[in-house]
Design a protein around this ligand. Sequence first.
Ligand code: SF4
Length: 333
Amino acid sequence: MPWRVGPAERAAGQRPDPYRIWLSEVMLQQTTVAAVRDYFVKFTTLWPTVRDLAAAEDAEVMGAWAGLGYYARARNLLKCARAVVADHGGAFPTSRDGLLTLPGIGPYTASAIAAIAYDEAATVVDGNVERVMARLHDVHTPLPAAKPELTALATEHTPVERAGDYAQSVMDLGATICTPRNPACGICPLRDPCAARIAGTAPDLPRKTPKKLKPTRHGIAYVVRRDDGAWLLETRPPKGLLGGMLGWPGSDWGDDPAPAPPLEADWTTLPAQALHTFTHFHLKLTVQTATVGPEATANRGQFVAQDQFQPADLPTVMRKVFDLTRQEPDLWG
Ligand code: SF4
């Protein structure tokens, strides 16, 4: 993992950089290491320090984040970087309590940075640690009710010395050995004291309260292309889902949203819908397309010239809409 400082580098005196740990932890929330790796390299190449990131344009950062999902995190990332520069002279606070005062840094991220960068005995509890604790102590209370109990157990195990190495070890143990299915108990360093291994309950833990089914919302996305090749795009309002991201003008999303075309045109409805799943709902977007002349004016958004338009800057759901338009020969003629 490119944000880690290995034992040999540590022995040579290299300390983990809180900026890189913070960036990786924010990126890793709700996402896998494999999905984050390239984004992390891109961000640290474009913005090697928190000062560089704080000075970046919002649109540039949102564009670089596109595809990682959960876009509120990207907005918080910028807010936090700017607070570090404005209020802390460009250096992250060096304690968990100090880190918690920064925007977008919650208990988990504050503990991870404090433990890994500063070796503070802060307890880091993510899904991997919860699983290890539930099994090590054979806790049968279902999640999320079990969280306080599992956090208390994780706190008991957190050492005063080398808290950073411990935090990374227990997270890695959960990610690589004590995996959700088929835990590799035979090679686990905790196999002797592990209560769930002894009881034979490890694969069933942690128990989870069944999730509610996600509802499905519907919407309409309007893809307009001008004769000169320009696309009608809009930057979404800063608050709310996909806030601040580039997208196609569209209707509200709900059970039966009212049409909200951005201009008068002869609309074509594509046969396929764009399907996307957010944290709390599924979305089915009907895609309507139109081509317009040079005199067209829209009641929202703005035309972006073909050579200025980067589909990669679109969040995933908007890119799915764009990909569907390739079925529409009039738009690409
Ligand atoms: S012994 Fe098995 S269940 Fe227990 S912590 Fe190790 S891998 Fe997990």
